[in-house]
Design a protein. Structure first.
Length: 99
């Protein structure tokens, strides 16, 4: 399952929990309120876990790109250097998008 799918499922679970909690408030049902809050928190945690996984993936891409770029520079291979820089930037962007 991809990170985006996990984030969407987490958001859906969070919203479901909000609605359940609001319904509990409306009918003055403390158990329903508590269950709604628990679902909401579980959804938020699921989203946070997906973001963390994507940040780690981005850090790996960034590191791989830096190494490839440095190797390209060392052996004077401009294409390898450019590919490394592109992967470095891709990793940085992935991390930034998942803050």
């Amino acid at each position: 399952m991809g990170a985006n799918e996990e984030r969407m499922k987490g958001k859906a679970e969070e919203l479901k929990g909000k609605f359940k909690g609001a319904a509990g408030d409306l009918i003055d049902n403390e158990q329903m309120q508590a269950e709604g809050r628990a679902e909401q928190l579980k959804g938020q945690a699921r989203q946070d876990a997906a973001k963390t996984a994507e940040r780690a993936r981005g850090a790996g891409e960034e590191l791989k790109g830096k190494i490839k770029g440095a190797a390209g520079d060392f052996i004077d291979n401009e294409q390898m250097e450019a590919e490394g820089r592109a992967e470095d930037l891709k990793g940085q962007a992935r991390q930034k998008a998942n803050q």
